[in-house]
Write a protein that binds this ligand. Structure first.
Ligand SMILES: CC(C)(COP(=O)(O)OP(=O)(O)OC[C@H]1O[C@@H](n2cnc3c(N)ncnc32)[C@H](O)[C@@H]1OP(=O)(O)O)[C@@H](O)C(=O)NCCC(=O)NCCS
Length: 163
């Protein structure tokens, strides 16, 4: 199992993965690309920003099969801080892949000499919170009304890790 940097050829896989209703259940809709074109734009942005070490978007692969993704974003070199996000294609869920993908991302974060990592989840996303706890993140607390989407506020839980 390995992480590799995203390529434009991954657009179909990422778009299809994110279109699944189960996948979207706990995600704010502004994080879901509406069209394949939007997904391709996101990939192009990620490739461009990876050159400046501002955003790393990785595909998790096993035996050349795409399993999911993990990204390192909001990279703040001054304070040595970043955020992480991840997603696993539905047919590969519940096999420990997200836990391993985040572990591999932590290795990259250490290589980048960053010191602290933030992750936020929907409070009902128990599985995602297990992935964070399994990787040594600490629950900080509820961020009430963090997002405003489609006329309503959405809470998030903040998790934190010091390397
Ligand atoms: C959240 C997500 C990444 C998890 O991926 P995954 O590969 O299935 O996760 P893992 O198999 O590594 O770990 C799942 C953990 O949740 C636990 N779990 C699974 N179902 C559960 C349930 N119903 N209740 C409680 N725990 C549960 C598993 O036992 C495992 O924990 P453990 O290793 O301590 O036993 C995946 O469901 C996903 O992509 N969801 C949509 C996108 C998303 O929510 N991303 C995160 C945004 S913050």
């Amino acid at each position: 199992m390995k992480l590799r940097e995203v390529k434009i050829e991954d657009a179909n896989f990422l778009f299809k993965t994110k279109q699944d209703k189960e996948f979207q259940k706990y995600l704010p809709d502004m994080l879901i690309p509406k069209t394949l074109k939007e997904e391709e734009k996101e990939i192009k942005d990620a490739i461009r920003l990876s050159k400046k070490e501002q955003w790393f978007y990785f595909i998790l692969e096993e035996k050349n099969e795409r399993i999911g993704y993990v990204d390192i974003y909001k990279i703040n070199k001054k304070h040595k801080r970043c955020s992480v996000g991840y997603g696993i294609a539905k047919k590969h869920c519940n096999k420990g892949y997200a836990t391993k993908a985040l572990k591999l991302a932590l290795t990259k974060i250490i290589e980048l000499k960053l010191h602290t990592i933030e992750a936020t989840t929907n409070p009902k996303n128990i599985v995602s919170q297990r992935v964070l706890l399994n990787n040594g993140f600490t629950k900080i607390g509820l961020m009430k009304d963090y997002y405003y989407s489609k006329g309503k506020y959405i809470d998030r839980i903040l998790y934190w890790k010091v390397i």
